[in-house]
Design a protein around this ligand. Structure first.
Ligand code: ADP
Ligand code: ASP
Ligand code: MG
Length: 421
């Protein structure tokens, strides 16, 4: 028999009917003789609601109490699913992060998993009990509840799969796999049979929220076999996972050499949660970039794309870069505080931008992909504000108004549209 981790996201456990549907998926695996650990998210919308309660209670919340509140949605769904399984004569119990224990560091609100003791869980599962685990949460130093950052149940699931040595980690969500781009934005998006860890990692970190970035990182380093599939499939019309952990349902995230036909571009992602900062007319001399980015780094603000234009006089330069949208106000404050040493003429911040990225391991061996991308965007009159690249991705920054046009244009241009669409 296989040991399978099944993870269900918010829309998959949104109400009691959806929880009964999840229980039927779990029962199918149990009936087939598989051992099962389930990881659940909170009901759809619940975590947002809890976050808004916290913000209502305090303008500067103590992050340990933030975690005590926002982790509670998963406690509810884990208990409800265990009860539902019991009522279907499936042996099950719920597990909170601290009961396992799933230990994390103390970065409350975005904690990283430090260690999972799989022993008690394993004993319970081997005794034939389904372990229903509250995702997103763990236990930090000082016995405080921690959470893993938004979307963190994916990471809980992969970490549990690694700790238990599971044969498969199946991520059930509201789409039936990983698509070439967000299928809710581009109806012509095509489902991928397989996607490599590297590409999935870029797609996730560049905006495709179907998997939390850390979950992919962890799956890659721990060699966890990962699949993305839909909880909206009829639980009794899809096959159970095979005894060797094999599954034919959904998209498999696997190593690159398992993928026979590799396209140059496999996917397109976009992210709206970045902001653009421009410093107008700073001196063009050694030390200026360090003077700008040093204080931002000290303030713990991550800078992503950077462009520097030499101005007509050759003595000054305009500098543009992006930061996470949530850090914009802070970044502007920091730069304002350094106005005297940096001696720029003006400082402008805007959130009206989007980052669009094309991703594909095939780019390693193909020249000219960037030129091709830029030409295609130019033909639609889309102006590029900044560019960044890695071996397997090219990202551009554009005005937010062009997001859909850019994604659809590139999707068609790089041959990703569904056949027949
Ligand atoms: P869950 O609550 O199950 O964790 P999420 O909302 O976090 O679900 O992730 C699923 C969503 O990810 C889908 O509804 C889809 O809109 C979005 N998404 C973005 N990019 C992609 C992509 N490339 N492939 C599939 N889904 C994507
Ligand atoms: N419930 C948490 C969130 O909404 C974790 C998750 O869904 O993965 O971010
Ligand atoms: Mg999610």
């Amino acid at each position: 028999m296989a040991l399978v981790v099944m993870k269900f996201g918010g829309t998959s456990v949104a109400d009691m009917d959806r929880i009964r549907n999840v229980a039927a998926h779990v029962k199918r695996e149990v009936d087939a003789g598989n051992h099962v650990a389930v990881v659940v998210s909170a009901m759809a919308g619940r975590t947002n609601e809890l976050v808004s309660f916290v913000n209502d209670a305090s303008a500067t919340p103590d992050q340990r109490e933030y975690d005590a509140v926002v982790s509670s949605g998963e406690q509810v769904t884990s208990g409800l699913l265990a009860l539902t399984l019991q009522s279907m004569n499936v042996k099950a119990r719920s597990w909170q992060g601290w009961q396992i224990p799933l230990k994390t560091d103390s970065a409350h609100g975005k904690a990283r998993i430090a260690e999972i003791d799989g022993d008690v869980l394993r004993t319970s599962i081997q005794a034939g009990e389904v372990a229903v685990i509250a995702g997103f949460q763990g236990i930090a130093d000082g016995n405080r509840i921690s959470t893993l950052g938004r979307g963190g149940s994916d990471t809980s699931a992969v970490a549990i799969a690694a700790a238990l040595g599971a044969d498969l980690c199946d991520i059930y969500t509201d789409v039936d796999g990983v698509y070439t781009t967000d299928p809710r934005i581009v109806p012509k998006a095509r489902r991928l049979e397989k996607v490599s860890y590297e590409e999935m990692l870029e797609m996730a970190s560049l905006g495709a929220k179907v998997l939390q970035t850390r979950s992919v990182e962890l799956a890659m380093t721990q060699n966890v076999r990962l699949a993305v599939r839909s909880s909206f499939d009829d639980p009794n019309a899809v096959p159970a996972v095979g005894k060797d952990g094999s599954s034919s349902v959904g998209t498999i995230v696997c190593s690159e050499d398992e993928i026979v036909e590799q396209q140059v571009v496999s996917g397109i992602a976009y992210a709206k949660d970045e902001a653009k900062v421009t410093l107008i007319s700073v001196a063009d001399k050694p030390g200026v970039a360090a003077g700008v980015f040093g204080p931002l780094a000290a303030a713990n603000i991550n800078v992503d794309m950077i462009v520097q234009n030499v101005s007509a006089d050759g003595a000054t330069t305009d500098m543009t870069f992006t930061v996470p949208e949530g850090d914009l106000a802070h970044a502007l404050e920091v730069l304002e505080a350094h106005r005297d040493d940096l001696q720029y003429k003006d400082l402008i911040g805007t959130t009206d931008i989007v980052k669009v990225s094309i991703i594909g391991v095939g780019m390693r061996s193909h020249a000219g992909v960037a030129a091709d991308m830029f030409r295609e965007l130019a033909s639609k009159g889309i102006n590029i504000l900044a560019i960044s690249t890695s071996e397997i991705k090219i990202s551009i920054l554009i005005d937010a108004a062009y997001q859909e046009l850019a994604v659809r244009t590139l999707h068609t241009h790089f041959g990703l549209d569904q056949t027949g669409a």
